[in-house]
Ligand binder design. Structure first.
Ligand SMILES: *[C@@H]1O[C@H](CO)[C@@H](O)[C@H](O)[C@H]1NC(C)=O
Ligand SMILES: *[C@@H]1O[C@H](CO)[C@@H](O)[C@H](O)[C@H]1NC(C)=O
Ligand SMILES: *[C@@H]1O[C@H](CO)[C@@H](O)[C@H](O)[C@H]1NC(C)=O
Ligand SMILES: *[C@@H]1O[C@H](CO)[C@@H](O)[C@H](O)[C@H]1NC(C)=O
Ligand SMILES: *[C@@H]1O[C@H](CO)[C@@H](O)[C@H](O)[C@H]1NC(C)=O
Ligand SMILES: *[C@@H]1O[C@H](CO)[C@@H](O)[C@H](O)[C@H]1NC(C)=O
Length: 550
């Protein structure tokens, strides 16, 4: 870890007041942790006590982004309006009207999330450059209502990793290859790659990602951060580029469970523009997710281990197995009962079935066409998946085709069905069975469990089939001596000394409150995040009363 900076108010700084913000009164002690670790609560305290303004924070974060982006390619673009928004938030605060615990906190969001502003919403692809959504995504509206400052769009696996069978995690045509910060050319995982890496490096306080199957949990695990994949329907997908309406969900990535919980609170809730949210049991009365961050969150909980899934893990990742076994002891010490062999009974059949991937691929045909039909500007005249595929294939240099193929779309279009076909329904039912009775939901119900745990690399696929939630928390990192392993293209390091991994808590639908409690209690007992070392870090810090220093 780098040394910690201490911000101390000193009389020497008086007289260098920024135009938009006052000074702390001399009695205030403006001490804090560096931006790589500063939590939302700590930043909020600094803002409240006038140690710095949101404008100061934006300045520091922009500088941090430019420090690392040329090597890690995590942020696709900066919101040209960011300073105007930050000044407005500072002014509101000065007038005594902060909007809540997230007021004036900077955030970055994935390039899949629609913004009706000067930024693109492009899935990392040139196909959608210049396209315009008719309105902000509902989650974006909520960010703005809570006073968050949208600083820009993060990099991602292009088209949320549904385009190619031979691309790489975190690559997209717009921004190139995203890397993780723990090893040269580290695979950032995906598809919310830039969101996870940006959060890890403190390029911003928090980020939003999206998940169809793994896209929040996996990069959170590999980048030493906390990701919440909410139940499908807890957060609105309106004006987020869809993959599969049955599986897509928008969720937060934070440095801590509490930060992620605060963000979930801000973006969750029913939305008439996304019918799946109307199935929520909470209506407008959401649980208090931040209050769920309780050290006693594991007390009395029954937690299962799907041993047959764990046993399917590549035996070379012994480090993960060891860390996982240690975690089990920690959970027990914290008051949880562990139930082993809470198996996913149809797991083997799942691994041999094509149904789940066909369901997602075919949903994409219908869901993408519906999204494209709503665009108010569509410069490339894209109305369906075949026209998007044509665009990619007709722009081989821009889109690195065919080195990165369009196989997933070829399969979808080749299936010859859409999500209204009778054949689709049978495939969907089989997929539901693999996630339900034969998977996560069956394991939970048969064993009367509050949650199951798995190493994050094994966690996302089965809950994705039934829209169930999960949360990934840092667990450890590969030790010295770990042989360096590469992805199938040979251009990214997937395992090496120092590369992080996570543990996931998975539960029944709408169980985020309990999952957050368990994850928080585990996080506070382990504090893994602060013990890992990166090979790249940003060094700019916000400084009391006078902007930034490096
Ligand atoms: C980050 O780097 C990528 C790749 O060079 C580039 O496309 C992107 O615009 C950069 N982001 C910013 C904010 O400059
Ligand atoms: C929601 O469901 C109703 C009833 O099926 C339907 O009429 C409406 O178009 C749906 N709205 C959206 C946004 O999908
Ligand atoms: C669960 O899976 C493990 C590992 O495959 C196996 O040894 C065990 O017998 C299974 N237990 C049950 C109850 O199915
Ligand atoms: C797995 O598939 C086989 C062959 O279709 C079937 O006989 C068996 O019941 C399935 N197992 C489960 C647990 O669904
Ligand atoms: C797809 O969109 C293109 C125009 O972009 C149109 O020519 C074609 O007919 C559409 N195909 C289908 C199956 O709707
Ligand atoms: C990716 O697959 C396509 C064919 O599907 C092939 O032409 C291309 O060479 C492959 N790329 C790499 C890097 O192997």
């Amino acid at each position: 870890m780098l040394h910690r900076y201490i911000w101390v108010v000193s009389t020497i700084l008086l007289g260098t007041c920024t135009a938009t913000f006052g000074f702390p009164s001399p009695s205030v002690d403006c001490t804090s942790v560096p931006l790589i670790d500063a939590t939302v609560d700590q930043l909020q305290q600094g803002l409240r006590q006038k140690c710095f303004s949101s404008v100061d924070l934006v300045t520091a974060y922009l500088s941090r982004i430019y420090e690392v982006n040329s090597s890690l390619h995590t942020v696709l673009e900066i919101n040209p309006d960011v300073y105007g928004i930050a000044m407005r938030m500072d002014m509101e605060r000065r007038h005594g009207n902060p909007r809540g615990p997230l007021h004036g906190i900077p955030i970055l969001i994935k390039d899949i999330i629609g913004t009706r502003d000067k930024m693109q919403t492009a899935m990392g692809s040139y196909a959608l450059i210049g396209a315009q959504v008719p309105a902000d995504a509902t989650v974006v509206t909520k960010l703005r209502e809570h006073g968050l400052i949208i600083m820009g769009k993060t990099s991602m696996s292009e088209w949320a990793n549904v385009r190619s069978s031979n691309s790489s995690n975190g690559w997209n045509a717009r921004g190139g290859q995203t890397y993780g910060a723990y090893y040269p050319k580290q695979d950032p995982s995906g598809s919310s790659s830039g969101s996870a890496v940006s959060t890890d490096l403190g390029l911003v306080a928090v980020t939003l990602g999206s998940e169809t199957s793994g896209s929040i949990l996996l990069p959170s695990g590999l980048n030493n951060v906390v990701g919440i994949k909410p139940t499908v329907g807890l957060t609105s997908r309106y004006m987020v580029v869809p993959i599969s309406e049955r599986a897509d969900t928008i969720g937060p990535i934070g440095r801590t469970v509490k930060d992620a919980a605060l963000m979930l609170q801000a973006i969750a809730g029913p939305d008439p523009k996304d019918n799946y949210t109307l199935a929520s049991p909470f209506s407008d009365h959401l649980p208090d997710y931040a209050a769920a961050c309780n050290l006693a969150g594991l007390q009395g909980k029954r937690i299962g281990i799907p041993r047959n899934v764990l046993d399917a893990m590549d035996p070379t990742v012994e480090a993960i197995r060891t860390a996982f076994d240690n975690a089990v002891t920690i959970l027990q010490d914290a008051g949880a009962t562990i139930i082993d062999n809470a198996n996913y009974t149809a797991y083997t059949n799942y691994t041999q079935s094509m149904s789940p991937s066909i369901v997602v691929a075919v949903d994409f045909i219908s869901n993408l066409a519906a999204y494209l039909a709503q665009l108010t500007r569509n410069p490339n005249n894209l109305h369906n998946l075949s026209s998007v595929r044509d665009f990619i294939q007709n722009h081989p240099v821009l889109e690195d085709y065919p080195s990165r193929d369009t196989n997933t779309w070829d399969m979808a279009l080749g299936a010859g069905i859409d999500n209204q076909s009778p054949e689709f329904w049978a495939l969907y039912q089989e997929s539901l069975y693999f996630g339900g009775e034969g998977g996560l939901l069956g394991a939970l119900a048969r064993n009367n469990l509050d949650a199951v745990i798995l190493p994050t690399i094994l966690a996302p696929e089965i809950p994705a089939l039934v829209g169930a939630p999960g949360i990934s928390v840092p667990l450890g990192a590969f030790p010295e001596g770990t042989p360096v392993q590469y992805n199938s293209r040979g251009d990214l390091v997937t395992a090496a000394p120092g590369v992080p991994f996570g543990i996931s808590f998975l539960g029944p639908k709408w169980s985020e409150e309990a999952l957050i409690g368990m994850a928080y209690a585990f996080e506070q007992r382990t504090l893994v995040r602060g013990s890992l070392e990166r090979h790249v870090e940003a060094r700019t810090e916000v400084r009391v009363g006078r902007g930034v220093f490096t």
